[in-house]
Design a protein around this ligand. Structure first.
Ligand code: NOJ
Length: 531
């Protein structure tokens, strides 16, 4: 039998920004329950819930203080049990975020179990992902601990078998409750090179990404925990290549079902840092996705995504959120959802939510953004240049509240939201998408349904066509007797292809074909044929 998660469509909820039921300005579990019918209506099979555990929120819940309790801002464990039950009642599944590369420095383990963390008398030269050194001095202990993220996120010492057992116990506890799987935060960082050597220019990634014992740890986790349940796993793995992914996702290796690659998300980053954004070269994107499609075909499995809580909004990034928002959002969705893999939709993507341009730094909340702002200020970078980078790249672009309606605070809260709503909620919102005859929401719904109806979308072999074309992303999905051909115009210019339309139209984002004799694609047009 085919694994159920191969045909599933996943929806990611960032709880803080999804729906606030009690007016405190922070999204919560009851707020999610209120919207489950909405997700079911879209056709979602699996929900990935970003962390809801108890946390001091230095990194919005990715700094966990207690794995066994719910952050009171989000509700109680009873609310969680109710949520899980309501999800299952609707025949959907729920995947938890598993953050076990690090905990909060307020976790009891950090107080009681020094050997669960990584300590050194002298720091090496590694930098933290959020800026500054990856080491923090502890006055009481007289030594330094490693934190690849903020100093309130000390890295766990996976070399310690007792620590590993505590993590496995915790995973059992959640799976026994009935959760359906885990999205594993930076899981390919858990095995550090035992010597912790200096890295070139302070970049230690060669010594902690895909480290020496990573496969052993994942296999142990699989055998001790995952193999006992029908659950799904996706490993977030920055720096993993398709060759790495082939090992991680080959079922014979008993590690994870799929991973999140970062390669396609890094293509518009400058050579030095992600803030140095560059225009996307479409040929690079095509060739990169092709490599992933080919390398994992028949061996492992891909996850497919354009958005999550760490990425700017794709319609603003690779589309045109001003003149062609509907066309580019639906084109991007088509391009992604017809690839082989499991597609992930991030909240608001299905209505084409855009980046936000807050006028001052005071409106921003993300620790990474705030640290970067301070570092650049200290170096003397002009305020307007820093804000420009933040407007394009900041994680807060994804974290503004979900736009449910055109009303006050976008219908997200009756109180004051923890981060301001995007002013464009007046015209970009769920309510209007549900009412409009054509909307991005309705298009996503059709795409999701097609994936359920047509097995070729899940199983067909990928073949890139028009490789060198700078604006056209076109490919085939080949089966034994049928083929799908997907055309996506990534530009606001009309593209004429020397080819006749062939087959039945499965889906398109204009209401007719520009020409019956030739493939002609208007700005951001997409069309899929089956023949
Ligand atoms: C990846 C998560 O997606 C991100 O939001 C978080 O800041 C880091 N891991 C650290 O947990």
């Amino acid at each position: 039998m085919q694994d159920w998660w191969k045909k599933a469509t996943v929806y990611q909820i960032y709880p803080r920004s999804f729906n606030d039921s009690n007016g405190d300005g922070v999204g919560d579990l009851q707020g999610i329950i209120e919207k489950l019918d909405y997700l079911k209506g879209l056709g979602i099979d699996l929900i990935w819930l970003s962390p809801v555990y108890d946390s001091p929120n230095d990194d919005n819940g990715y700094d966990i203080r207690d794995y066994y309790s719910i952050n009171p801002e989000f509700g109680t464990m009873e609310d969680f049990d109710q949520l899980l039950n309501e999800v299952h009642k609707r025949d959907m599944k729920l995947m938890m975020d598993l953050v076990v590369n690090h905990t909060s420095d307020e976790h009891q383990w950090f107080k009681d179990h020094e050997d669960y963390y990584i300590w050194r008398e002298k720091p090496n030269n590694w930098g933290s992902v959020f800026g500054g050194s990856a080491w923090e001095y502890d006055n009481n202990k007289g030594k330094y601990y490693l934190h690849l993220f903020s100093k309130k996120q000390p890295d766990l010492n996976w070399e310690n078998p007792e620590l590993r057992q505590r993590i496995y116990d915790m995973m059992h506890w959640w799976l026994q409750k009935g959760v359906d799987g885990f999205r594993m935060d930076v899981i390919n960082f858990i095995s550090k090179h035992p010597d912790l050597p200096d890295g070139p220019n302070g970049d230690g990634s060669a010594y902690f990404m895909n480290g020496p014992r990573i496969h052993e740890f994942l296999q142990e986790m699989h055998d001790e925990v995952l193999s006992h349940y029908d659950c799904v796993t996706v490993g977030e793995m920055p720096g993993a290549t398709p060759e790495d992914a082939k090992v991680y996702t080959n079922p014979n290796n008993r590690e994870v079902n799929m991973i999140f690659t970062f390669e396609h998300m890094d293509l518009d980053h400058g050579p030095n840092e992600k803030w140095d954004y560059q225009p996307l070269n479409l040929v690079d994107l095509k060739e990169n996705l092709e490599k992933w499609q080919h390398t994992l075909y028949d061996i492992g499995w891909n996850s497919l995504y354009w958005n999550n809580h760490d990425q700017p909004r794709v319609v603003s990034r690779f589309g045109d959120d001003t003149n062609y928002r509907y066309e580019s959002a639906t084109m991007l969705a088509t391009c992604l959802h017809f690839l082989q893999g499991t597609p992930y939709i991030y909240q608001g993507e299905e209505i084409g939510m855009t980046n936000v341009q807050f006028p001052t730094i005071n409106e921003y909340k993300d620790i990474e953004t705030l640290n970067m702002y301070q570092e650049k200020k200290n170096k003397g970078t002009a305020e307007s240049d820093i804000l420009d980078q933040i407007h394009h790249v900041s994680r807060d672009n994804a974290r503004t509240p979900m736009q449910w309606s055109g009303e006050n605070q976008a219908g997200f809260t009756t109180g004051v939201p923890w981060i301001q709503v995007n002013p464009n909620h007046c015209h970009i919102n769920v309510e209007s998408d549900l009412n409009d005859e054509y909307s991005i929401y309705k298009y996503y719904k059709s795409l999701i349904k097609l994936r359920k109806d047509i097995n070729l979308i899940t199983m067909g072999k990928f073949k890139l066509i028009y490789r060198e074309h700078p604006n056209l992303f076109a490919y085939k999905r080949e089966g034994e007797s049928e083929t799908l051909t997907v055309y996506c115009n990534f530009s606001d210019q009309t593209i004429e292809v020397d080819e006749q339309p062939n087959g039945d139209i499965l889906i398109q984002n204009y209401d007719n074909q520009a020409s019956n004799n030739q493939i002609k694609l208007r700005p951001y047009e997409t069309i899929v044929y089956k023949h």
